[in-house]
Design a protein around this ligand. Structure first.
Ligand code: HEM
Ligand code: PLO
Length: 483
């Protein structure tokens, strides 16, 4: 393509015909770290070829904000890939659907439904607190044992989204929940990793272990979604909209009665299913991942944990449970959550964006159809913006008066920004605050005796995963004395 006047093309990694820049990428499973390191040689914005796809990698917040905010609409597309097409039935969801009237409509619907049932509502706070209480119950029965907290955290979070999406919940050991854990792990392990099948779609004609696993997991997920869908259709009554599934059915009903999302367009069953699937999947995997990272960092930084507990003892005491309205009282806990989201971004490369027209980023020309990867890891670890970026220091998110601030640097975008910004930010922050506050009011989390501190290294994928680890939850003396 032709660079416009005054514009230049991004510097490109070496590329071979057909293979593209594969030789520079192969053998680096931690793609976010590799793309971050390549800046040293190619500068903060560079290009590469994934097979026949032209990809631009953005590592600085200025360019990231130009893509997401200033030119949000020009970069609002999504690529089609083999794995995300399987996950979303060819982009019939929200996250992996390209820009268009149906995507817009689905986003608006979910946004409205989330504000109706969720965000800020007392009903939702009550559900989260109920799950927090049940989580604390489990921790106290497993006291002083080396417990794998991951399934417990996942169940707590799952039950919140489950009640939001399906007006249902899971008990401990529920076989449907165990099945969900297994299929979701399989999906996270295989989807949207810029893996070989996504770069070379023709590879799917050969036997491929990952692709087979993904298909197997999707079959289980689809059965589960389908069953919930059938139950909701059966019980649907337009007077009482109980959850997101009902809300979507309701909108479809009114579309059938003459108000379609856009002329000639309609929401099919697949669209409804994939939309709920997105919210359910995102609702579970993201928030759980952050909670796991938070617990892991608290094991590594006991002084941070102590400070959170001191703040809680002073501001809330031990005679009552934490509420959402306590958020302004607990700036150090809020700062800790912000720092976890910085140092281990859930979505280290966001979801790739695609340019919908010839355009530019900074002084670089970008052709229509380019895939743009925003490296959030680089944005959150930029040494020009963050003092000792690898150091875990919640204090960065406090001002001189000790109040929580959004960010000390503009180089902070844990939920993305612009028209593709995360739909679940408010919900996720409610959950993170309440779950951590409830647990830390009662327990001190420790590394089991005689075991080394678990690794802080993440595992790259569609979310930045935490490696398995065990925790000892010790009931706090103060709590024991108070009750
Ligand atoms: C998209 C972060 C929780 C639903 C995203 C994106 C990020 C993100 C970085 C991609 C933005 C982009 O591609 O430009 C997070 C973090 C979370 C979280 C850090 C937890 C702490 C949630 C929850 C939900 C959710 C709880 C569901 C209720 C979505 C959806 C999208 C999205 C549907 C796709 C939006 C679109 O493509 O239009 N999120 N998220 N997220 N998130 Fe979240
Ligand atoms: C997680 C595994 C689920 O089984 C399916 C699913 C649906 C939506 C995805 C989510 C997974 C991973 C995190 C994603 C989310 C949509 C938006 C979110 C990609 C694959 C983020 C962080 O961008």
């Amino acid at each position: 393509h032709c660079a416009g006047p005054g514009l230049k093309r991004p510097r490109s990694l070496p590329a071979l015909p057909l293979l593209g820049s594969l030789l520079q990428l192969a053998g680096h499973p931690q793609l976010h770290l590799h793309l971050w390191r390549l800046q040293g040689h190619y500068g903060s914005l560079y290009a590469l070829w994934m097979g026949s796809h032209y990809v631009v990698v953005v590592n600085s917040y200025r360019h990231a904000k130009e893509v997401l905010l200033k030119k949000g609409k020009a970069f609002a597309g999504r690529p089609r890939t083999v794995t995300t097409d399987l996950l979303s039935r060819g982009g019939k969801d929200i996250a992996f659907a390209s820009y268009g009237p149906l995507w817009k409509f689905q986003r608006k619907l979910v946004h409205a439904a989330l504000s109706m049932f969720g965000e800020g509502s007392l009903a939702l706070e009550k559900i989260i607190c109920q799950e927090a209480a049940s989580l604390c119950e489990t921790l106290s029965t497993a006291q002083d044992m080396a417990l794998d907290v991951a399934p417990e955290l996942t169940r707590a979070v799952t039950n919140v989204v489950c009640s939001l999406c399906f007006n249902s919940s899971y008990r401990r050991g529920d076989p449907e929940f165990e099945a969900m854990l297994e299929y979701s792990q399989g999906i996270v392990d295989t989807v949207a990793k810029e893996s070989l099948v996504d770069i070379f779609p023709w590879l799917q004609i050969f036997p491929n272990k990952d692709l087979a696993l993904l298909k197997r997991c999707l079959k289980v997920r689809d059965q589960l979604l389908q069953q919930k869908f059938a139950e909701h259709k059966e019980a649907f009554c337009s007077d009482t909209v109980r959850d997101l599934m009902d809300a979507l059915l309701q909108v479809r009903l009114s579309a059938e009665n003459g108000s379609p999302p856009a002329p000639g367009l309609s929401l099919t069953d697949d669209h409804l299913l994939m939309t709920v699937g997105d919210i359910f999947g995102a609702g579970v995997e993201t928030t759980t991942t952050v909670l796991k990272w938070a617990v892991l960092y608290l094991l590594h930084y006991p002084e941070v944990q102590r400070k959170i507990q001191e703040e809680m003892d002073q501001k809330i005491g031990l005679a009552r449970h934490p509420h959402l309205s306590d958020r302004p009282l607990l700036p150090y806990l809020e700062a800790t959550i912000s720092e976890v989201l910085r140092i281990r971004p859930v979505s280290p490369l966001l979801i790739p964006h695609v340019s919908l027209a010839d355009t530019s980023i900074g002084e670089y020309s970008i052709p229509k159809g380019a895939r743009v990867i925003i490296n959030l890891w680089s944005v959150h670890h930029d040494e020009k913006e963050w003092d000792k970026p690898e150091e875990f220091n919640p204090g960065r998110f406090l001002d001189e008066q000790g109040q929580h601030i959004h960010s000390p640097s503009p180089s902070y975008l844990p939920f993305g920004a612009g028209i593709r910004v995360c739909l679940g930010e408010v919900l996720a922050k409610m959950e993170l605050f309440l779950f951590l506050a409830w647990v830390l009011q009662r327990f001190t989390l420790e590394c089991p005796q005689g075991q080394p501190l678990p690794s802080l290294e993440g595992k790259f994928g569609v979310v930045l995963q935490v490696q398995k680890f065990r925790v000892k939850a010790r009931l706090r003396e103060a709590w024991r004395a108070a009750s």
